[in-house]
Design a protein around this ligand. Sequence first.
Ligand code: PXP
Length: 252
Amino acid sequence: MSLLLGVNIDHVATLRQARYATMLDSPNAEPSPLQAALDAKEAGADSITLHVRGDRRHIQEEDAFAIRGEVGLPLNFEMANTPEMVELALRLKPDFVCLVPEHREEISTEGGLNVVGLKDGLRDGMLLLQEAGIQISLFVDPDLAQIEASREVGAEMIELHTGRFANAQGAEQEEELKALAAAADLGRRLGLQVNAGHGINYGNVTTLFAVAGLSELNIGHSIVARAIRVGLGQAVREMKALMAGYGSGGQG
Ligand code: PXP
């Protein structure tokens, strides 16, 4: 099975907000996350990922609705498990919701969700979303107890947090790969779709091929950064070309 690419376009909005946060209605407000999503689609993205954060630091609700209405790719909505975001997701009706922990001070999502600790706290929001036909992914560290708990609370998918892998080198990175492989294996055996994301870039994506059974990678920062040099379409095509090698060595 081929490895799908979800392109996270939050940082297109980060750039716009840096200049136009207080003038979003201005015709000068650029770059456009909607246009970025359309460009990513044309270049072969399999889905669009976005994260409306509680502090609205990058993607805005209006962006999310425009992308939902106009792009025509599966939409993966990353969100904190708060009543405000559940309500927003019920209006937006994305195909998937990925529940993530969210802390105001962090620069980006810093760790996986503590599903083991939260269990009952997750169920109400998850049920509301699932009753509306939205599939749930839980963003978790490659920790077997978290994977089991994800299955127990009724998630359809997990997204393995690859941030530690991305920041590690040498023997430490080998350990992270082993943990990711074991987590992916357990997730698959429990009947979960297994995705991965955070910190994946053009240099490390093929190293991740050591992890079998992945369905989709969600990649944002490295693609948007590359787009500054080569354009977003080309950045997406380059990542897709690298990902096409997944599974060719008996893995994946
Ligand atoms: N997956 C999740 C759950 C995330 O929170 C993020 C960061 O927004 C990503 C994937 C993408 O990470 P990056 O921008 O480092 O590619």
